[in-house]
Design a binder for this molecule. Structure first.
Ligand code: ZN
Ligand code: ZN
Length: 361
């Protein structure tokens, strides 16, 4: 049986049909399938190229959104004429737009893991761009007096209010706030999530080579960050070094150990002999940390030694990541502790981070 009527198709739409059939080539507007939509594809492709030119990327893919009915009419035509067809109107549109962008900007199509995806909507003539998040690893150093993390706004608890000008955070300085400011400027996106390899106090100084962190920046416009940079806050500076882009989101956080210098105060004068005991005792010594709301863990103290001036103690220690310095000194939830070994009540007054070493992942 032959179909009764010839289908009127535009040049684009006839290309996609593989069989000879009662097909008549007409002007776009009279096209049975696209009603002129395909004629707007070159303009859409041009807009796509112009839009994505503002982004930094190596690979991309094109998605297509068509008005209702277009795909259905092509399906109807094909089933009526028993045509298998070469490609769908969607794949043809995507191919045309991708070829144009690729040619214009010298970028490569990667459908599995594109840096950037452009959604072409030839129906309305619009395009939308989305980008794959980037992951950046770096190490920061910080002076005394600034926090690591931003604090949630105390008035609203993080939802955003007048007091915090809608940010949800306290206004004070922090490593997070300073890095966010700079990385927003670099990436063109303020949407980021930090993962820190351990933490320290506001009054802790973090010395070079610094504490590692990983930041995920969502919807970046630019996706290559410098290996080193410094951000100045009011009277302070946070520096980042050893920075690199990661291939993907780390599945597991690496483990680490760190060196710290502690100033502590003992409840009574500590004898030189006790200080020698401390040094002998904490040599590759496992301690138990009763984590609040979590299972207890064993952590290693690689070494610890101390000198004293009156009741004041200067302790140098190398500890497993995740062992809290203050608790290691006081003995609160950690055993054995400095207090325990010195048989005195010892309180940490301040600690600095001298070095953090990754020990595995
Ligand atoms: Zn058409
Ligand atoms: Zn608030």
């Amino acid at each position: 049986m032959f179909a009764e009527r010839a289908y009127r198709l535009c040049g684009y739409c006839v290309q996609r049909q593989d069989g000879a059939g009662p097909l008549e080539v007409v002007e776009g507007k009279s096209c049975f399938v696209c009603e002129g939509l395909m004629g707007r594809v070159p303009k859409t492709a041009e807009l796509a190229a112009k839009t994505v030119a503002h982004y930094q990327f190596d690979t991309f893919m094109v998605g297509v959104s068509l008005p209702n009915g277009v795909q259905e009419r092509e399906d109807e035509l094909r089933s009526d004429l028993r045509l298998k067809g070469n490609e769908t109107i969607k794949t043809q549109t995507a191919r045309l737009v991708a070829a144009f962008v690729s040619e214009r900007l010298g970028k490569r199509v990667d459908r599995l893991r594109p840096d950037l995806t452009v959604l072409a909507m030839p129906g309305s003539g619009e395009v939308m761009v989305s980008t794959r998040p980037v992951f950046y690893y770096g190490r920061y150093t910080k002076p005394r007096g600034i926090l690591q993390k931003r604090e949630r706004c105390q008035s609203c608890g993080g939802n955003g209010c007048e007091a915090c000008r809608g940010s949800g955070f306290e206004p004070g300085q922090s490593v997070e706030a300073l890095l966010t400011r700079r990385l927003s400027a670099i990436s063109g996106s303020g949407k980021m999530v930090f993962t820190w390899l351990g933490s320290e106090d506001k009054e802790s100084k973090v010395h070079a080579p610094g504490r590692p962190f990983i930041v995920e920046v969502k919807s970046p416009i630019r996706r290559r960050f410098p290996p080193t940079f410094a951000v100045r806050g009011a009277g302070c500076q946070v520096s980042v070094s050893k920075g690199r882009m990661l291939q993907s989101k780390p599945t597991k956080l690496m483990t680490f150990r760190f060196k710290t210098r502690i100033i502590a105060l003992a409840s009574s004068k500590v004898e030189a002999e006790s200080l020698s005991d401390l040094r002998r005792f904490f040599k590759m010594k496992e301690v138990r940390f009763e984590r609040p709301y979590d299972k207890p863990v064993l952590k290693l103290v690689y070494a610890a030694r101390a000198s004293a001036r009156g009741r004041r103690l200067f302790i140098s220690a190398e500890l497993d990541g995740g062992l809290p310095v203050k608790r290691f000194v006081s003995g609160e939830l950690v055993s054995p502790s400095v207090s325990e070994v010195l048989k005195a009540k010892v309180e940490c007054q301040r600690f600095d981070i001298l070095g953090v070493a990754e020990t595995g992942s």
